[in-house]
Ligand binder design. Structure first.
Ligand code: AMP
Ligand code: ZN
Length: 105
């Protein structure tokens, strides 16, 4: 099981900020910004390259951005960055897709 699947299974602790039927969000353990949160689908998909051309995955990725937007709003962040690292060459270390939400605020 990958490290994020273990966090999802509550086998490894994390500071959760959000959870619904298909997405969770928790604080990055090694933050690279004052606010650094990871938005993670419950479905294990290794990289953005592995997304299927179907409605399920299209909707899932859209929902991830809306969760990031809603968390940022809840934290009263005026501005922030959202980022997917894609593949080892793209700086991805955990092979389970996740959207970084980062802000200096
Ligand atoms: P990436 O390099 O895009 O794959 O991002 C992986 C992120 O996961 C990094 O920012 C790490 O700091 C973070 N990370 C690694 N292990 C954990 C963990 N156990 N709990 C929370 N975040 C983690
Ligand atoms: Zn996984």
């Amino acid at each position: 099981m990958c490290i994020f699947c273990k966090i999802l299974a509550k086998e490894i602790p994390a500071e959760f900020l959000f959870e619904n039927g298909d997405i969770v969000a928790f604080k990055d353990k090694y933050p690279k910004a004052k606010t650094h949160i990871l938005i993670v689908p419950k479905k294990h998909i290794e990289t953005i390259k592995d997304l299927k051309e179907d409605e399920e995955d299209e909707i899932l990725v859209g929902k991830m951005f809306l969760v990031a937007r809603d968390i940022a709003k809840g934290l009263k962040l005026d501005g922030y960055q959202t980022l997917f690292n894609v593949g080892r060459a793209g700086g991805q270390e955990v092979m389970h897709i996740h959207l970084h939400l980062m802000s200096h605020q």
